[in-house]
Design a protein around this ligand. Structure first.
Ligand code: SF4
Length: 286
């Protein structure tokens, strides 16, 4: 591992700050601490193209073949450095010197890796070999579109035994909204089925990004459809941990970037209140 030259900050999510292919450190704004990021998409390929995506040179596609031996070496090397080396002291601000979680969150959709299931087993093996906090979470940040794959489902079941959590992306429940925001034609029926599967296999949060397009926040029609969907899944007994509501934290790297801006703090809060009224826990990251 090559040294990085400065303290990491909450805005530093550079995937190559430790010069590894798959493993990178992030100081998470979601929780003060170091998140050990695992990027299964070093090719910057995703099956979606969200207008707010922060992946540089994003292209359509899947994760490449994962070199599992290299991934394991990198994870072991980085954990060793975090626990016994000088990384925390030299690179992490004092208030964030704790390991927060291991997060499968990269430059594309992690579950598009054919080796996804083996990756979860690998993480389990490595975790077991280090004196890590009991509560250390394994988080999967996913657009949820490939959860109908049986091998992904096996990986999710295994994640549940590793203190896992799924953060399932849901920005819009209308076909028009998903085309406009995520550039995907995935149907609501499939998204609903995949969400049901996810929640049945491993604790699941919905993650929803809200922002203005051309100076306008999401329309009331979108918001009501979203709230109706939440009500419906609740009635069906689909159990969610809650909703993670995000504003735009960092600039989009997509061509639509100049058209996007943050919603006001008041707007996001009032949306959160409407979700909470349905009985869901909500965490807001404006
Ligand atoms: S799903 Fe994630 S990685 Fe893929 S385009 Fe959307 S924000 Fe980017």
């Amino acid at each position: 591992m090559q040294p990085i030259s400065k303290l990491l900050s909450v805005s530093d999510h550079s995937r190559d700050s430790v010069s590894m292919t798959y493993v990178y450190p992030v100081i998470s704004r979601r929780a003060s601490g170091v998140s050990i990021g695992i990027n299964l998409n070093p090719n910057n390929a995703c099956n979606w193209r969200c207008v707010y995506c922060q992946v540089p040179d994003l292209k359509r596609g899947s994760a490449p073949t994962i070199d599992l031996v290299k991934l394991e070496q990198e994870l072991r090397t980085f954990l060793h450095e975090l626990l016994y080396g000088r990384f925390m002291l030299d690179k992490v601000p004092q208030q964030a010197r704790r390991i927060n979680d291991i997060a499968l969150s990269g430059n594309g959709e992690p579950t598009s890796a054919k080796e996804f299931e083996q990756v979860i087993s690998l993480i389990g093996r490595v975790k077991h070999d280090f004196p890590l906090p009991e509560a250390l979470k394994l988080v999967l940040i996913t657009n949820g579109s490939l959860i109908d794959r049986v091998s992904v489902q096996r990986g999710l079941s295994h994640m549940a035994k590793l203190n896992g959590e799924i953060w399932f992306k849901l920005d819009s429940v209308t076909q028009e909204g998903r085309i406009r925001i995520n550039n995907t034609r995935m149907s609501l029926k499939k998204m609903h089925a995949n969400l049901k599967l996810a929640a049945s296999l491993c604790p699941t949060w919905l993650q929803t990004c809200v922002f203005e397009i051309d100076g306008k926040p999401p329309a009331e029609k979108e918001i009501s459809a979203y709230l109706e969907f939440l009500y419906k899944i609740q009635q069906e007994g689909i159990s969610l941990q809650g909703i993670l509501l995000y504003g735009l934290a960092r600039p989009s790297l997509q061509p639509e970037a100049p058209r996007l801006s943050k919603v006001s703090a008041a707007w996001i809060e009032s949306f959160a209140v409407r979700i909470k009224k349905l009985g869901f826990a909500v965490k807001v990251h404006p």
